[in-house]
Design a protein around this ligand. Sequence first.
Ligand code: PGA
Length: 256
Amino acid sequence: MPTHARKLLIAANWKMYKTPDEAVAFTHTFIPLVGNCRHAEIVLCASPSLLPTVVEKARNNPIHVAAQDMHWLDQGAYTGETSPLMLKALGVSHVLIGHSERRQYFNETNTTVNLKLKSALAHGLVPIVCVGEHLAQREAGETGDVLRLQTAMALDGIDPAAAGPLVIAYEPVWAIGTGRTATPEIAEDAHKIIRAEIANALSPEVAASTRILYGGSVKPDNAGTLCCLEDIDGALVGGASLDANSFAQIVANSAG
Ligand code: PGA
């Protein structure tokens, strides 16, 4: 597979930041800066409270909108949750699943990740499934096992024919919000492990076409180096995506 045979995807993960007014201000600065972007798909992952505002601003612009999580059921007595039907009705097209902060603080497990992934695919939402090892696991030499297990369990029972939209994000937990980016070698190694596991769980064809993003302290000055690697098909950006100029610079630099 030649470099960049897959279209890059650059996603902003705003986490629990921004009010609607701040989101509007972001889009007013950001959209003119990326208006001519052809090399990458751009996604803004926003809190549920911001989704209607961001969807409205993204309309007729080269920007997609993602939720940061969802329940796997269409509806029910689950106070505080958001369903795939609600996201679709709002015009949301993508959804983050299994971010390490959800795994760490909100009881997300490989089993719920699998349920959410199946639901997202069934509802025509593009799933961005996050995997990644903790520092202690890396230091114990367990990274490969952790990534293989998280990927295999996420993909369990998925029909390869339905997996076309699948996106995976490799986010080493020790690199998230720490300023400690994975080296290109570490990232590329991890992406190869994940791609091999996709081939194993689904098919070599799905593995070859699935985009695998890198996330963890991506900044304007390292986005180009990371995104030009053969197995890295874009970035999931937290802190550096909150500022419109910084995120636009990441999008621009990802072209290499
Ligand atoms: P960071 O976050 O870019 O601030 O490290 C990445 C993420 O959590 O998706």
